[in-house]
Design a protein around this ligand. Structure first.
Ligand SMILES: Cc1cc2nc3c(=O)[nH]c(=O)nc-3n(C[C@H](O)[C@H](O)[C@H](O)COP(=O)(O)OP(=O)(O)OC[C@H]3O[C@@H](n4cnc5c(N)ncnc54)[C@H](O)[C@@H]3O)c2cc1C
Length: 159
């Protein structure tokens, strides 16, 4: 890389943060340098092996970090193009109400029956928990209520 080259913007990292930033800035015509410390994730069978990815931590850094008390910890992070986003950030919900014009690249199979079926099964699970364990139910309802209060308060603040 030429040392005397000038860039308008330098972006470090290619995860959701860096990736979306460069996507937004691409049309501005600015000269952009993206720095990524990792290589591309090798395409191999283990990509799809949850044991290799999550239990054996095949793609995670072997670095040892320290917590605030100096105790060693494993950061569960990785350094690849796409960053942690590539591994853990796949399910990013975009709500139709707030972005009605958003294009939908995927359509759920058997829509709308598949989400209805999922909600139905989830309701049975929750009803079973409510029936068999009152304490967990009360805690669950308390958390839902607290979440609702926070939602209402933040909605009012953002309006
Ligand atoms: C174990 C775990 C589980 C998670 N589970 C979920 C989940 O289920 N759902 C969800 O939505 N989110 C999940 N997340 C969070 C999600 O992955 C992050 O919030 C998101 O990926 C952060 O995006 P980012 O762009 O900030 O960082 P990243 O996607 O991590 O990107 C950072 C990039 O910067 C690069 N980089 C770092 N240092 C340097 C350097 N010095 N020079 C050059 N490049 C550098 C890295 O290699 C990486 O590519 C999880 C995160 C972890 C760690």
């Amino acid at each position: 890389m030429a040392q005397d080259k000038h860039y308008d913007v330098i972006i470090i990292g290619t995860g959701a943060g860096g990736g979306t930033l460069v996507h937004t800035l691409a049309s501005t015509g600015k000269s952009i340098l993206i720095l990524e410390r990792g290589d591309y994730v090798p395409r191999e069978k283990a990509n799809w092996d949850s044991r290799a990815v999550n239990v054996e931590a095949k793609y995670q850094t072997k670095e040892e970090w320290r917590d605030k008390d100096g105790k060693p910890l494993h950061p569960h992070t990785n350094y690849y193009v796409g960053g942690n986003t590539k591994f853990y950030g796949a399910a990013l919900f975009r709500l139709r109400k707030t972005e009605p014009q958003l294009k939908r690249p995927f359509r759920a199979r058997l829509y709308p029956f598949s989400p209805i079926w999922t909600l139905f099964c989830a309701t049975i699970c929750i009803a079973s928990v409510a029936y068999y364990n009152r304490l967990i139910t009360v805690l669950f309802l308390g958390l839902v209520l607290a979440g609702y209060v926070v939602l209402r308060l933040t909605l009012r603040k953002n309006a």
